[in-house]
Design a protein around this ligand. Structure first.
Ligand SMILES: C[S@@+](CC[C@H](N)C(=O)[O-])C[C@H]1O[C@@H](n2cnc3c(N)ncnc32)[C@H](O)[C@@H]1O
Length: 197
């Protein structure tokens, strides 16, 4: 299945009122790094960023899409704990952090730059810090027609990437489903919660 020409704006509209992910709360509880800096990478509507700020994190939220940035700038206008950047995985300067969240976003990183990006993310997380992220599996039906890039991995590759971390959770979804805007697709996604050694 190809990624059809839906706009990210439809996605942001669909998810803006969604509550934060329960995994974000677990990630917060497991952060033993001593750092209260968090990164929400490919933040979209900023749902996780808002919750992180609410519980006291100093949040760096970035996304390359104008729609996401406009929405987040409005959402966090009066919230000094969230800094919003129009940026991408490939060019962002990662601050040292105790919590790194990449929810449904690493899928869209340029595969040619993925190793370098991953290494920057890994180095940015302090020992004892937490990485809550998702990677797309090889059987996922998305291909990069509408979006510029799709990065996919086998289970073995995904696990190998996490070798600098202790894994608290690693879940694989491999099933038919729908996107947030209701489009049918085959999902193959690895979701992980990992502590930096
Ligand atoms: C499915 S949305 C997820 C948004 C948010 N993390 C959430 O869970 O609701 C994917 C997001 O990744 C962003 N994105 C696409 N390419 C990206 C890149 N190269 N670097 C960072 N983010 C990217 C999109 O603009 C979009 O907001």
């Amino acid at each position: 299945m190809t990624l059809t020409k839906h706009s990210w704006d439809d996605y942001y509209k669909a998810v803006t009122r969604r509550p934060h992910d329960p995994m974000t709360e677990i990630a917060i509880a497991k952060n033993r790094s001593g750092s209260n800096v968090a990164v929400d990478a490919g933040c979209g509507a900023g749902t996780e960023a808002e919750f992180l700020a609410k519980v006291g994190y100093d949040v760096y939220a970035f996304d390359p899409e104008d729609g996401a940035i406009e929405l987040c700038r409005r959402r966090f206008l009066a919230n000094k704990n969230v800094k919003v950047f129009r940026d991408s995985f490939e060019t962002f300067t990662y601050p040292k952090n105790g919590l790194f969240i990449a929810k449904s976003s690493l899928f869209f990183c340029d595969p040619k730059q993925f190793e370098r990006v991953w290494s920057s993310i890994e180095q940015s997380i302090e020992p004892g810090g937490v990485f809550f992220g998702q990677l797309l599996g090889g059987d996922d039906s998305w291909q990069n027609t509408h979006v510029r890039h799709i990065s996919k991995f086998s289970k073995q590759q995904a696990l190998a990437k996490l070798s600098a971390f202790d894994l608290l959770e690693f879940k694989e979804v491999h099933q038919d489903g729908k996107t947030a805007v209701g489009t049918e697709k085959f999902w193959h996604v690895f979701t992980f919660l990992a502590i930096k050694r």
